[in-house]
Design a binder for this molecule. Structure first.
Ligand SMILES: Cc1cc2nc3c(=O)[nH]c(=O)nc-3n(C[C@H](O)[C@H](O)[C@H](O)COP(=O)(O)OP(=O)(O)OC[C@H]3O[C@@H](n4cnc5c(N)ncnc54)[C@H](O)[C@@H]3O)c2cc1C
Length: 308
Protein backbone atom coordinates (compact mmCIF):
# COMPACT_ATOMS: atom_id res chain seq x y z
CA UNK A 1 0.00 0.00 0.00
CA UNK A 2 1.16 3.52 -0.84
CA UNK A 3 1.16 6.43 1.55
CA UNK A 4 -0.12 8.78 -1.11
CA UNK A 5 -1.59 8.70 -4.60
CA UNK A 6 -1.90 11.84 -6.71
CA UNK A 7 -4.47 11.93 -9.49
CA UNK A 8 -3.66 14.42 -12.26
CA UNK A 9 -0.51 15.55 -14.04
CA UNK A 10 -1.01 19.30 -14.38
CA UNK A 11 0.92 21.93 -12.40
CA UNK A 12 -1.10 21.07 -9.26
CA UNK A 13 -0.45 17.32 -9.42
CA UNK A 14 3.26 17.60 -10.24
CA UNK A 15 3.89 20.28 -7.62
CA UNK A 16 2.12 18.15 -5.01
CA UNK A 17 4.35 15.27 -6.17
CA UNK A 18 7.53 17.35 -5.82
CA UNK A 19 6.65 18.23 -2.23
CA UNK A 20 5.39 14.75 -1.30
CA UNK A 21 8.41 13.00 -2.78
CA UNK A 22 10.84 15.41 -1.13
CA UNK A 23 9.06 14.54 2.14
CA UNK A 24 9.95 10.89 1.46
CA UNK A 25 6.37 9.79 0.77
CA UNK A 26 7.21 8.11 -2.59
CA UNK A 27 3.95 9.11 -4.29
CA UNK A 28 2.34 7.39 -7.23
CA UNK A 29 1.11 10.01 -9.71
CA UNK A 30 -1.58 8.95 -12.17
CA UNK A 31 -1.07 11.06 -15.22
CA UNK A 32 -3.90 10.03 -17.58
CA UNK A 33 -3.45 7.84 -20.65
CA UNK A 34 -3.81 10.45 -23.39
CA UNK A 35 -3.86 13.86 -21.72
CA UNK A 36 -0.87 13.74 -19.42
CA UNK A 37 0.66 17.10 -18.59
CA UNK A 38 -2.63 18.95 -18.22
CA UNK A 39 -3.94 22.07 -19.91
CA UNK A 40 -0.55 23.64 -20.58
CA UNK A 41 0.13 20.90 -23.13
CA UNK A 42 -2.40 22.73 -25.32
CA UNK A 43 -0.55 25.99 -25.44
CA UNK A 44 2.62 27.44 -26.87
CA UNK A 45 4.40 30.27 -25.04
CA UNK A 46 3.83 30.68 -21.29
CA UNK A 47 5.13 34.07 -20.22
CA UNK A 48 3.68 34.42 -16.73
CA UNK A 49 5.10 31.42 -14.88
CA UNK A 50 7.67 32.87 -12.45
CA UNK A 51 11.29 31.99 -13.07
CA UNK A 52 11.23 32.01 -16.87
CA UNK A 53 11.92 35.60 -17.97
CA UNK A 54 12.24 34.49 -21.60
CA UNK A 55 8.98 32.54 -21.41
CA UNK A 56 8.69 28.79 -21.81
CA UNK A 57 6.64 26.52 -24.05
CA UNK A 58 3.76 24.92 -22.12
CA UNK A 59 4.82 21.30 -22.87
CA UNK A 60 8.44 22.06 -21.92
CA UNK A 61 7.32 23.48 -18.57
CA UNK A 62 5.30 20.34 -17.89
CA UNK A 63 8.27 18.12 -18.84
CA UNK A 64 10.40 20.02 -16.34
CA UNK A 65 7.82 19.66 -13.58
CA UNK A 66 7.60 15.93 -14.26
CA UNK A 67 11.39 15.57 -14.29
CA UNK A 68 11.60 17.41 -10.96
CA UNK A 69 8.91 15.18 -9.40
CA UNK A 70 10.57 11.98 -10.66
CA UNK A 71 14.00 13.12 -9.50
CA UNK A 72 12.79 13.00 -5.89
CA UNK A 73 11.08 9.62 -6.14
CA UNK A 74 7.64 10.09 -7.71
CA UNK A 75 6.41 7.16 -9.81
CA UNK A 76 4.38 8.33 -12.80
CA UNK A 77 1.85 5.96 -14.38
CA UNK A 78 0.16 6.85 -17.66
CA UNK A 79 -3.35 5.65 -17.07
CA UNK A 80 -6.76 7.08 -16.24
CA UNK A 81 -8.42 6.64 -12.92
CA UNK A 82 -11.79 5.06 -13.65
CA UNK A 83 -13.01 4.53 -10.10
CA UNK A 84 -12.31 5.98 -6.71
CA UNK A 85 -13.38 4.46 -3.41
CA UNK A 86 -12.76 6.89 -0.58
CA UNK A 87 -15.28 5.45 1.87
CA UNK A 88 -12.77 3.80 4.21
CA UNK A 89 -9.44 4.72 5.81
CA UNK A 90 -7.70 2.94 2.94
CA UNK A 91 -8.45 4.76 -0.32
CA UNK A 92 -8.79 2.61 -3.43
CA UNK A 93 -7.96 3.92 -6.87
CA UNK A 94 -8.80 1.81 -9.91
CA UNK A 95 -7.17 2.41 -13.30
CA UNK A 96 -8.25 1.87 -16.87
CA UNK A 97 -6.05 -1.26 -17.03
CA UNK A 98 -8.06 -2.80 -14.20
CA UNK A 99 -5.39 -2.47 -11.48
CA UNK A 100 -6.44 -1.13 -8.10
CA UNK A 101 -3.93 0.83 -6.01
CA UNK A 102 -4.37 1.59 -2.33
CA UNK A 103 -3.15 4.50 -0.25
CA UNK A 104 -3.73 6.22 3.05
CA UNK A 105 -4.17 9.59 1.34
CA UNK A 106 -5.24 10.81 -2.08
CA UNK A 107 -4.67 14.18 -3.73
CA UNK A 108 -7.23 14.89 -6.40
CA UNK A 109 -5.86 17.34 -9.02
CA UNK A 110 -7.80 16.61 -12.19
CA UNK A 111 -8.15 20.24 -13.32
CA UNK A 112 -11.02 21.66 -15.29
CA UNK A 113 -11.86 21.87 -18.95
CA UNK A 114 -12.73 25.00 -20.85
CA UNK A 115 -15.81 24.41 -22.96
CA UNK A 116 -14.96 24.26 -26.63
CA UNK A 117 -16.90 25.40 -29.66
CA UNK A 118 -16.40 21.94 -31.12
CA UNK A 119 -15.00 23.16 -34.46
CA UNK A 120 -12.48 21.22 -36.50
CA UNK A 121 -9.86 24.00 -36.56
CA UNK A 122 -10.23 25.01 -32.93
CA UNK A 123 -7.64 22.56 -31.53
CA UNK A 124 -5.29 23.03 -34.48
CA UNK A 125 -5.15 26.79 -33.92
CA UNK A 126 -5.04 26.58 -30.10
CA UNK A 127 -2.05 28.68 -29.06
CA UNK A 128 -1.97 30.19 -32.57
CA UNK A 129 -4.77 32.67 -32.14
CA UNK A 130 -7.42 30.55 -30.43
CA UNK A 131 -7.38 30.92 -26.66
CA UNK A 132 -9.55 30.27 -23.61
CA UNK A 133 -7.72 32.57 -21.24
CA UNK A 134 -7.39 36.34 -21.62
CA UNK A 135 -5.13 36.65 -18.57
CA UNK A 136 -2.76 34.10 -20.13
CA UNK A 137 -2.75 35.27 -23.74
CA UNK A 138 -4.10 38.84 -23.95
CA UNK A 139 -0.59 40.24 -24.01
CA UNK A 140 0.07 38.53 -27.37
CA UNK A 141 -2.66 40.55 -29.10
CA UNK A 142 -1.33 44.10 -28.89
CA UNK A 143 -3.00 46.30 -31.51
CA UNK A 144 -4.77 43.29 -33.03
CA UNK A 145 -8.42 42.82 -33.94
CA UNK A 146 -9.88 39.95 -31.96
CA UNK A 147 -13.18 38.42 -30.92
CA UNK A 148 -14.60 36.92 -27.75
CA UNK A 149 -17.34 34.30 -27.96
CA UNK A 150 -19.88 34.23 -25.13
CA UNK A 151 -22.55 36.20 -23.33
CA UNK A 152 -21.88 35.63 -19.65
CA UNK A 153 -19.89 37.49 -17.01
CA UNK A 154 -16.61 35.83 -17.92
CA UNK A 155 -17.04 36.78 -21.61
CA UNK A 156 -17.65 40.43 -20.63
CA UNK A 157 -14.71 40.39 -18.25
CA UNK A 158 -12.41 38.85 -20.86
CA UNK A 159 -13.56 41.30 -23.55
CA UNK A 160 -13.09 44.32 -21.30
CA UNK A 161 -9.67 43.10 -20.15
CA UNK A 162 -8.58 42.43 -23.75
CA UNK A 163 -9.23 46.05 -24.75
CA UNK A 164 -6.03 46.87 -22.83
CA UNK A 165 -4.14 45.21 -25.67
CA UNK A 166 -6.28 44.82 -28.76
CA UNK A 167 -7.29 47.70 -30.99
CA UNK A 168 -10.76 46.18 -31.46
CA UNK A 169 -12.70 43.45 -29.65
CA UNK A 170 -15.84 41.91 -31.15
CA UNK A 171 -18.15 40.07 -28.77
CA UNK A 172 -19.95 37.32 -30.66
CA UNK A 173 -23.13 36.09 -29.02
CA UNK A 174 -25.81 33.65 -30.15
CA UNK A 175 -28.68 35.75 -28.84
CA UNK A 176 -29.61 39.43 -28.78
CA UNK A 177 -29.41 39.72 -25.00
CA UNK A 178 -26.62 38.85 -22.59
CA UNK A 179 -26.59 36.49 -19.63
CA UNK A 180 -23.95 38.64 -17.89
CA UNK A 181 -24.78 40.77 -14.85
CA UNK A 182 -25.97 44.31 -15.60
CA UNK A 183 -22.81 45.91 -14.29
CA UNK A 184 -20.54 43.73 -16.44
CA UNK A 185 -22.74 44.35 -19.48
CA UNK A 186 -22.65 48.10 -18.92
CA UNK A 187 -18.88 48.10 -18.59
CA UNK A 188 -18.63 46.35 -21.95
CA UNK A 189 -21.26 48.57 -23.63
CA UNK A 190 -19.40 51.68 -22.43
CA UNK A 191 -16.08 50.49 -23.86
CA UNK A 192 -15.58 52.06 -27.28
CA UNK A 193 -13.21 49.30 -28.42
CA UNK A 194 -15.92 46.65 -27.98
CA UNK A 195 -18.47 45.94 -30.69
CA UNK A 196 -21.23 43.36 -30.26
CA UNK A 197 -22.10 40.90 -33.00
CA UNK A 198 -25.56 39.68 -31.99
CA UNK A 199 -27.48 36.56 -32.99
CA UNK A 200 -24.35 34.96 -34.37
CA UNK A 201 -22.44 31.75 -33.83
CA UNK A 202 -18.96 30.83 -34.98
CA UNK A 203 -19.17 27.93 -37.44
CA UNK A 204 -15.63 28.04 -38.84
CA UNK A 205 -12.16 29.33 -37.98
CA UNK A 206 -9.73 30.14 -40.77
CA UNK A 207 -5.97 30.52 -40.89
CA UNK A 208 -3.06 28.33 -41.94
CA UNK A 209 -0.54 28.91 -39.12
CA UNK A 210 -2.50 31.53 -37.20
CA UNK A 211 -6.09 32.71 -37.00
CA UNK A 212 -7.07 35.09 -39.79
CA UNK A 213 -10.84 35.07 -39.45
CA UNK A 214 -14.05 33.31 -38.51
CA UNK A 215 -17.19 32.32 -40.36
CA UNK A 216 -20.36 33.38 -38.58
CA UNK A 217 -23.86 32.04 -39.01
CA UNK A 218 -26.79 34.26 -38.14
CA UNK A 219 -28.97 32.35 -35.67
CA UNK A 220 -32.18 34.01 -36.87
CA UNK A 221 -31.94 33.71 -40.66
CA UNK A 222 -29.08 31.22 -41.16
CA UNK A 223 -27.02 33.51 -43.40
CA UNK A 224 -23.25 33.23 -43.22
CA UNK A 225 -20.62 35.97 -43.16
CA UNK A 226 -16.88 36.30 -42.54
CA UNK A 227 -15.16 38.39 -39.91
CA UNK A 228 -11.43 39.14 -40.19
CA UNK A 229 -9.73 38.73 -36.82
CA UNK A 230 -6.32 37.66 -35.53
CA UNK A 231 -7.45 36.17 -32.25
CA UNK A 232 -10.45 34.25 -30.95
CA UNK A 233 -11.14 33.94 -27.22
CA UNK A 234 -13.69 31.28 -26.32
CA UNK A 235 -15.48 32.22 -23.09
CA UNK A 236 -18.45 29.89 -22.93
CA UNK A 237 -17.75 28.21 -19.61
CA UNK A 238 -15.56 25.83 -17.74
CA UNK A 239 -16.25 22.39 -16.28
CA UNK A 240 -14.25 21.12 -13.29
CA UNK A 241 -13.36 17.43 -13.83
CA UNK A 242 -15.26 16.01 -10.88
CA UNK A 243 -17.24 13.11 -12.34
CA UNK A 244 -15.19 10.57 -10.34
CA UNK A 245 -16.19 12.12 -7.04
CA UNK A 246 -19.86 12.93 -7.57
CA UNK A 247 -21.75 11.75 -4.51
CA UNK A 248 -18.44 11.09 -2.72
CA UNK A 249 -17.04 14.56 -2.06
CA UNK A 250 -18.98 17.77 -1.43
CA UNK A 251 -18.99 20.20 -4.33
CA UNK A 252 -19.50 23.97 -4.34
CA UNK A 253 -22.38 25.69 -6.18
CA UNK A 254 -19.86 26.45 -8.96
CA UNK A 255 -19.22 22.72 -9.36
CA UNK A 256 -15.68 22.72 -7.95
CA UNK A 257 -14.65 20.38 -5.12
CA UNK A 258 -15.39 22.02 -1.77
CA UNK A 259 -12.37 22.44 0.50
CA UNK A 260 -12.09 23.70 4.04
CA UNK A 261 -11.00 27.36 3.99
CA UNK A 262 -7.54 27.89 2.56
CA UNK A 263 -6.68 24.23 3.01
CA UNK A 264 -7.01 21.39 0.52
CA UNK A 265 -9.12 19.26 2.89
CA UNK A 266 -12.22 17.90 1.19
CA UNK A 267 -15.35 16.65 2.95
CA UNK A 268 -13.69 13.20 3.30
CA UNK A 269 -10.80 12.69 5.66
CA UNK A 270 -7.60 11.68 3.85
CA UNK A 271 -8.75 13.12 0.51
CA UNK A 272 -7.20 16.40 -0.55
CA UNK A 273 -7.89 18.44 -3.67
CA UNK A 274 -5.79 21.00 -5.53
CA UNK A 275 -5.61 23.18 -8.62
CA UNK A 276 -8.33 24.21 -11.02
CA UNK A 277 -10.67 21.49 -9.78
CA UNK A 278 -11.13 23.53 -6.57
CA UNK A 279 -10.76 26.97 -8.14
CA UNK A 280 -13.70 28.74 -9.78
CA UNK A 281 -11.84 32.04 -9.99
CA UNK A 282 -8.12 32.24 -10.75
CA UNK A 283 -7.27 29.11 -12.77
CA UNK A 284 -3.62 29.86 -13.50
CA UNK A 285 -0.66 27.51 -13.65
CA UNK A 286 1.05 29.20 -10.73
CA UNK A 287 -2.07 29.21 -8.53
CA UNK A 288 -2.60 25.53 -9.36
CA UNK A 289 1.03 24.81 -8.47
CA UNK A 290 0.69 26.68 -5.17
CA UNK A 291 -2.47 24.76 -4.44
CA UNK A 292 -0.58 21.51 -5.08
CA UNK A 293 1.90 22.57 -2.41
CA UNK A 294 -0.92 23.12 0.07
CA UNK A 295 -2.35 19.68 -0.69
CA UNK A 296 1.00 17.93 -0.25
CA UNK A 297 1.62 19.68 3.08
CA UNK A 298 -1.92 18.89 4.29
CA UNK A 299 -1.51 15.25 3.26
CA UNK A 300 1.88 15.09 4.96
CA UNK A 301 0.38 16.35 8.26
CA UNK A 302 -2.52 13.93 7.90
CA UNK A 303 -0.16 10.97 7.38
CA UNK A 304 2.05 12.09 10.27
CA UNK A 305 -0.99 12.16 12.55
CA UNK A 306 -1.86 8.63 11.40
CA UNK A 307 1.64 7.62 12.32
CA UNK A 308 2.48 6.76 8.68
C1 LIG B 1 -4.85 26.90 -23.99
C2 LIG B 1 -4.51 27.26 -22.55
C3 LIG B 1 -3.48 28.15 -22.30
C4 LIG B 1 -3.16 28.48 -20.99
N1 LIG B 1 -2.12 29.33 -20.78
C5 LIG B 1 -1.76 29.63 -19.52
C6 LIG B 1 -0.66 30.51 -19.26
O1 LIG B 1 -0.04 31.04 -20.19
N2 LIG B 1 -0.36 30.77 -17.96
C7 LIG B 1 -1.05 30.22 -16.91
O2 LIG B 1 -0.70 30.46 -15.76
N3 LIG B 1 -2.10 29.40 -17.12
C8 LIG B 1 -2.48 29.10 -18.39
N4 LIG B 1 -3.55 28.29 -18.61
C9 LIG B 1 -4.29 27.78 -17.45
C10 LIG B 1 -3.51 26.60 -16.84
O3 LIG B 1 -3.19 25.69 -17.87
C11 LIG B 1 -4.33 25.90 -15.77
O4 LIG B 1 -4.72 26.85 -14.79
C12 LIG B 1 -3.51 24.81 -15.08
O5 LIG B 1 -3.02 23.89 -16.03
C13 LIG B 1 -4.34 24.06 -14.05
O6 LIG B 1 -3.55 23.09 -13.49
P1 LIG B 1 -4.18 21.79 -12.80
O7 LIG B 1 -3.02 20.97 -12.38
O8 LIG B 1 -5.16 22.18 -11.79
O9 LIG B 1 -5.02 21.06 -13.93
P2 LIG B 1 -4.70 20.59 -15.41
O10 LIG B 1 -3.55 21.30 -16.00
O11 LIG B 1 -6.01 20.65 -16.12
O12 LIG B 1 -4.27 19.08 -15.25
C14 LIG B 1 -5.15 18.10 -14.81
C15 LIG B 1 -4.66 16.75 -15.27
O13 LIG B 1 -5.43 15.72 -14.67
C16 LIG B 1 -5.67 14.72 -15.63
N5 LIG B 1 -6.83 13.94 -15.28
C17 LIG B 1 -8.12 14.32 -15.28
N6 LIG B 1 -8.91 13.28 -14.95
C18 LIG B 1 -8.09 12.23 -14.75
C19 LIG B 1 -8.29 10.88 -14.41
N7 LIG B 1 -9.53 10.38 -14.21
N8 LIG B 1 -7.22 10.05 -14.30
C20 LIG B 1 -5.97 10.52 -14.49
N9 LIG B 1 -5.72 11.81 -14.81
C21 LIG B 1 -6.77 12.63 -14.94
C22 LIG B 1 -5.90 15.53 -16.89
O14 LIG B 1 -5.78 14.71 -18.01
C23 LIG B 1 -4.80 16.54 -16.78
O15 LIG B 1 -3.62 16.01 -17.29
C24 LIG B 1 -3.90 27.94 -19.92
C25 LIG B 1 -4.96 27.05 -20.17
C26 LIG B 1 -5.27 26.71 -21.47
C27 LIG B 1 -6.40 25.74 -21.75
Amino acid sequence: MRQIIIIGSGPAGYTAAIYASRAGLEPLLLASSVESGGELMNTTEVENFPGFPEGIQGPELMDKLQEQAEKFGTTVAYDDVTELDVSGDVKKVTLGNGETHEAHAVIFATGSAYRKLGLADEERLSGHGVSWCATCDGFFFKEKTIAVVGGGDSAMEEATFLTRFASKVYVIHRKDTLRASKIMQQRAFDNEKIEFVWNSEVVGISGEDAVTGVTLRNTTDGTESNLDIQGLFVAIGNDPRTHLVHGKLDLTPEGTIAVDGRSSKTSVSGVFAAGDVIDPTYRQAVTAAASGTVAALDAEHYLAALGE
